[in-house]
Design a binder for this molecule. Sequence first.
Ligand SMILES: [Zn+2]
Length: 476
Amino acid sequence: MIFRLLLLLTVSVAAQGAETERALAASIIDRYGANKLLEMNAFSFRERSRHLETGQSYYPGQQGAKLNQLQLDVDFAAQKKSLYTQGIRNQKPHFQHRIYRPNGSLSINHSSKRYRENNSKQFSDIDGSASRHIDLYWAKLISLHPNSVVGAYAGEYFGRPVSIATLDLKAYPKATIYVAQDGRILSLQVDESSSTHHFSNHQSVHGVLFARDFHISKSNTISSVASQRDLILGPLADAVFELPAGYKAANLSHQTQSNTLQMKALAKGVYHVGRDFDFSLFVDAGDHYYGVGGYKGIKERLEYLNQQLGLNKPLKYMVATHHHSDHLGAMAEAAKMGASFISSAQAQATVKAAVKQDLDDSRFLTVGTKLSLLDGRIQIVNFPNGHSAHHLLFVLPKDNILFSEDLYFATDAHGAPKGGPQLESLSSLFAQQQWDIKQFAAAHSDRVLSASDFQYSLDNMEDEPRCPPTWDFCQL
Ligand SMILES: [Zn+2]
């Protein structure tokens, strides 16, 4: 009897819950424009924002302020998306263009007029996290899938009463939404992300609602603030989702086509090991290795190397070329493997933090302008450039080898990249040190470039990347 009563209670609470959730979904749909929302099939969204970054700034220990601009065009009916982004970091602009279409997705490089097929991405994730910036985007998805609002309960958002619910859209990771009593979405937090997206200053645009103001917080600190947001309702021209005429397929190198580990011996006891975008160089120093190239996965790369050589030598020294968090991804692994660390004095605090354990100071070596190891076989030089204020090069002068991170590499299968201003300084450094570099290995490519590639890069400097003339949104 008690059991039956409990069961009845549970069923009625669940039914009540479902009713609350339906009412919540209905209030969102209603507030975002009701029929206007249902009829809206496409929009073009533009945003300009400042992203306050830790970990990728120019100076170790300082925060960077990156300017981001984006245009996201969405056609819900045709299931198509186009995303243009422009990021300016350290005064240097970077552009990206991605298109999702059910019949094939693309990443397009407008300066080289090349494209890559990008079929690992879906409608839901081709825009990275750009759609998380648009409350209207989620309201539209809720109007298409009202049953996606689940687990609603009453809570607070900055002292105001709100409904909190889970958004369970099958193609997306689960997210938590905070909804005002009048149906405005005030914040969205995707469960797998540490960022919370905050929407405010909601206004009506041709009958649908849209938050004019937006910021992102991470661990209770604001990480990004939008300074301008615009919305234009569709329909969108077909051309928005098409490749411009005359564009050719990119000529990709092995690393972007294969995801298996590989190893190349560049000289006796010198090995370039990795896959994809993550490579390290290991130098055999007798009973141990020196390693450089700090992307996560160094343990796997070292094990692969030992296995290929039939050896079992440990990593004794790990060189951190610069302080950027992605290139320090392997430091904690290296620490567990017992390695000591070599970095610039300025980057040492960041390296110590990345190691994630208390190590004796004797495990941290610093490079002033230059450090010579193994009787001069290894030379580590501080080479400040536009990417980082303290940037180490790993040079094996007698083997005529250079290993660098974020400096000189090619992702195409053939040909040399065009050069940047830092290559002139690099060439002068080689002359001054009397180094005759014949192999240019790098962290981000399986390709090892030659002296004639380097000469080509010096003779063919890239144009400063500019906002393509047809992109209205990034004309400054
Ligand atoms: Zn970097």
